[in-house]
Ligand binder design. Structure first.
Ligand code: HEC
Length: 150
């Protein structure tokens, strides 16, 4: 194999680039086992916004603030445990009558990438709304100060 400085340089460049991207993307996950969503990846968030507007906003309101269906950008999920994985399951299989719901399943009419993008968009919008003070921070657990007896 002929050694090429140019090839080596381009490989180094790629590796450094990948490391840089990997370290700057802030993911969102609720616990160690949850699927991490790239909420800082504008391309994925925008794709999610697009799908949300087409398939979900009709019932869940523009930007997911709620309507006929509940708010999906308020940090609270009563039908799904508040993990990305559970929310994606809800979207895929819907909320059938025996779970007390009426929302249809999207798993067969939306590609998996689109469902992941939709939840990424929901989480990015949730973070934006918390930051903007539009909704109270649902994750700010106020812990009582511990008082030890003398
Ligand atoms: C035809 C109306 C309708 C459409 C369209 C719809 N939903 Fe729903 N969704 C509901 C209703 C109503 C509920 C509340 C539970 C129920 O009655 O089924 C719900 C509940 C949910 C929940 C559970 C919320 C919780 O508190 O745990 C999620 C997540 C959800 N929807 C996501 C979506 C997404 C994402 C889309 C688009 C891909 C979508 N829904 C499209 C009506 C809809």
């Amino acid at each position: 194999m002929k050694f090429s400085l140019r090839k080596l340089a381009s490989i180094l460049f790629l590796v450094c680039g990948a490391l840089l991207v990997g370290s700057t993307v802030a993911g969102h996950k609720m616990n160690d086992n949850d699927l991490e969503l790239a909420v800082d990846n504008a391309e994925i968030v925008e794709s999610g916004r697009y799908w949300f507007a087409r398939r979900c906003a009709f019932c869940h309101g523009g930007d997911g603030i709620g309507g006929k269906g509940p708010c999906l950008t308020c940090g609270k999920f009563t039908y799904s445990a508040n993990t990305n994985t559970d929310i994606m399951t809800t979207i895929s299989i819907g909320i059938p009558r025996n779970r007390g719901g009426s929302m249809g399943a999207f798993g067969t009419t939306m590609p998996a990438e689109a469902i992941i993008a939709v939840v990424t968009f929901m989480r990015a919008e949730e973070a934006r709304r918390i930051e903007a003070g539009e909704i109270p921070d649902p994750y700010a657990h106020k812990e009582e100060a511990m008082v030890f007896p003398e």
